[in-house]
Design a protein around this ligand. Structure first.
Ligand SMILES: NC(=O)c1ccc[n+]([C@@H]2O[C@H](COP(=O)([O-])OP(=O)(O)OC[C@H]3O[C@@H](n4cnc5c(N)ncnc54)[C@H](O)[C@@H]3O)[C@@H](O)[C@H]2O)c1
Length: 272
């Protein structure tokens, strides 16, 4: 039974693997015996990497490659293939969102939402997944095996509920709206996933989406958390470790008949 979910000996790419979730995926998968290649926008010193991954650093390598830069993705993947062989799994995890503390117009009314913020988010969250999938998926297709896992969000399935953010206008006197770009980008992943899944099914390359709900972080306002939790059937945010199981499942041979699917892990948020 345990072999079914094994990732031992697999080579796994995690884009944005130095961030909150990516770090947790990389550490967990390396701990389960995988070799993990992190594609990162920025380089990291060996000491800092060892501090981030105290027990798994020997099985983790960082490649400098922004997901928006196809040439850098190609160079990183060529080097990875030369060292560790064709990757078995690609986790398209890198992503950005507008910061609640960002410029007012970034979180302002839709009518005046600046295109530059739209372009920035779509570039990373949607175009970046397309480019990384093109480059890495092509290697997988040639090897006739692979699992591509796209990291989505509940805001790719349902619109952000602006009522959750209304406390901010009351508190700060400035209108606040959760912006459109993140939701649109994550929604785009739904059908990018289906497209890639069906396109490469004859080559035995699978592609699935995970729709995650909110993970517990210290940075949210109490007013937001209270309003948010009322809308989560399980009544709590996810612990970061609770996301590892579904990632390992989709990376392992336990999911070999699964492709083009959207796996929802959101505490029930989208069930209401
Ligand atoms: N945190 C949550 O509650 C939550 C919920 C649902 C979905 N998600 C999704 O999970 C993924 C990870 O989110 P997180 O919370 O760990 O965010 P994070 O900001 O901690 O990590 C994102 C990582 O992506 C990297 N990145 C950004 N642009 C990049 C680029 N062009 N090329 C390569 N790397 C780049 C960042 O440097 C960072 O390390 C995102 O796709 C996010 O949308 C997060």
């Amino acid at each position: 039974m345990s072999d079914l979910f094994s990732v031992r000996g697999k080579t796994i790419i995690v884009t944005g693997g130095l961030g909150q979730l990516g770090r947790s995926f990389a550490n967990h998968l390396a701990g389960e015996g995988a070799k993990v290649a992190i594609y990162s926008r920025r380089p990291i010193a060996d000491d800092d990497l060892a501090a981030l991954f105290p027990s798994t650093v020997d099985d983790i390598r960082v490649f400098e490659a922004s997901v928006t830069d196809k040439a850098a993705l190609k160079a990183a993947t060529d080097e990875l293939v030369a060292n560790w062989g064709v990757p078995h799994v690609l986790i398209n995890n890198a992503g950005i969102d507008s910061k609640p503390s960002g410029p007012a117009e970034q979180n302002g009314p839709f009518e005046t939402y600046p295109q530059e913020f739209w372009d920035e988010v779509i570039d990373v969250n949607l175009t970046g997944v397309m480019l990384t999938t093109q480059v890495v998926g092509a290697e997988m297709a040639e090897a006739r095996r692979g699992s591509i896992i796209n990291v989505g969000s509940m805001y790719g399935m349902v619109s952000p509920n602006q009522a959750l953010y209304a406390y901010r206008e009351k508190r700060d006197g400035v209108p606040f709206y959760k912006a459109v770009a993140y939701a649109a980008s994550k929604s785009g992943l739904l059908n990018l996933t289906r497209y890639v899944a069906t396109y490469w099914a004859p080559k035995n390359v699978r592609c699935n989406l995970i729709t995650f709900g909110g993970v517990k972080t210290a940075t949210f306002d109490k007013e937001f958390i209270d309003a948010f939790l009322e809308r989560v059937p399980l009544g709590r945010q996810a612990e970061i470790e609770e996301f590892n199981g579904v990632v390992q499942f989709l990376a392992s041979d336990a999911s070999t008949y699964m492709t083009g699917a959207n796996t929802v892990v959101d505490g029930g948020f989208t069930a209401w």
